[in-house]
Design a protein around this ligand. Structure first.
Ligand code: PLP
Length: 326
């Protein structure tokens, strides 16, 4: 293992289980789900893996305050608030959207994170806002660590690079995957999977289902920029990576689920007792099934879908979902 892979905290319970599902039985594929929704409780989901590396770095730099940003129901910000507080650091979150105290926001508040509500327009420049706040706090003697939205930078990438080792270990005892599929929000999960794939010599195809209005080419540009930083920082030599990012499954907009997404949630809950979230995993799961249906994912494939968490976000949609439950 590369030494930089060890520069982490142990925050989650890893390896997470890989379970076989019944819900793809009507298709000619084998579908497994990696339960990263089970990697913690209050800190659960894919951000826990990234935060093991990011918060290690914050501690290495003796920081006492962590800043991050996202939507009001950001899973990333909730996990950041939780783990940072556990490590004794203060947390400030820059959040856009409706301020209903529910789901993730409720937990942020319970944990005592300081919330800066901002507008959608302000969010465009949120890195600048956080850097200004960092300067302000540091002028009073604090030491501040800024985590970008989704924890998706070169350091955060290591979270899912190391998850590939878990996948490889599982494959040795069971079966090789043809595809590893995840929702894509800021791109750090699939970028990490691609990096891990090249580090551990894996052959599976990484597919990210885009649940945002950003285009896949925009993601690829951002990922290759961060990859250069990654190679510099860790003296690695990872060539260009090309995760397949699939557009067309966001629906009306990011964080706006449709009745079809609620159907997907209900179907998996009924068949496999696995509960997806309406912002990321339901859209990605639905997208994956549609790709299988259209033959874009080959028949006979062994597929691993990563359940990236988001369970608390479900509660912020309780009213909308209840309309679809009979
Ligand atoms: C953040 C998040 C994602 C997206 O992961 P990225 O690394 O940002 O692409 C997917 N699912 C859930 C539940 C998330 O919270």
């Amino acid at each position: 293992m590369n030494d930089f892979m060890k520069e982490k905290l142990n925050l989650g319970r890893f390896p997470t289980p890989i379970e076989r599902t019944k819900c793809a039985e009507e298709y000619d594929v084998e579908l497994f789900i990696k339960r990263d929704d089970l990697d913690e409780f209050i800190g659960s989901g894919n951000k826990a893996r990234k935060l093991e590396y990011l918060l290690y770095d914050a501690q290495r730099l003796s920081c006492d305050t962590v800043l991050s940003a996202g939507g009001m129901q950001s899973n990333h910000c909730r996990a950041t608030a939780y783990f940072s507080k556990r490590l004794g650091m203060d947390v400030e979150l820059f959040l856009f959207g409706e301020q209903e105290v529910q789901g993730n926001l409720l937990i942020d508040k319970l944990l005592g994170a300081r919330i800066h509500p901002i507008s959608h327009e302000e969010y465009e420049n949120v890195m600048q806002m956080m850097n200004d706040r960092k300067k302000e706090l540091e002028s009073t003697g604090r030491k501040v660590y800024v985590i970008p939205p989704g924890g998706s930078n070169a350091i955060g990438f290591l979270g899912y690079a190391s998850a590939v080792r878990e996948i490889s270990n599982w494959e040795e005892k069971h079966t090789n995957f043809d595809y590893v599929i995840s929702a894509t929000g800021t791109g750090g999960t699939i970028a990490g999977l691609e990096i891990g794939k090249s580090m551990y010599d894996e052959k599976f195809k990484v597919v990210g289902i885009n649940v945002t209005k950003r285009s896949s080419s925009d993601f690829n540009k951002k990922i290759s920029e961060e990859l250069q930083k990654f190679n510099l920082r860790y003296e690695a030599h990872i060539k260009e990576i090309f995760p397949t990012i699939v557009d067309g499954y966001v629906g009306e907009d990011y964080a706006i689920p449709s009745s079809k997404d609620f159907d997907t949630i209900r179907e998996l809950a009924l068949k496999d007792q696995i509960v997806l979230d309406p912002v990321y995993t339901a859209k990605a799961f639905k997208g994956m099934l549609s790709m299988i249906d259209k033959g874009e994912i080959k028949h006979g494939s062994q597929i691993l879908f990563i359940h990236t968490g988001g369970t608390f976000g479900l509660f912020a949609f309780a009213r909308e979902i209840s309309k679809f439950l009979r």
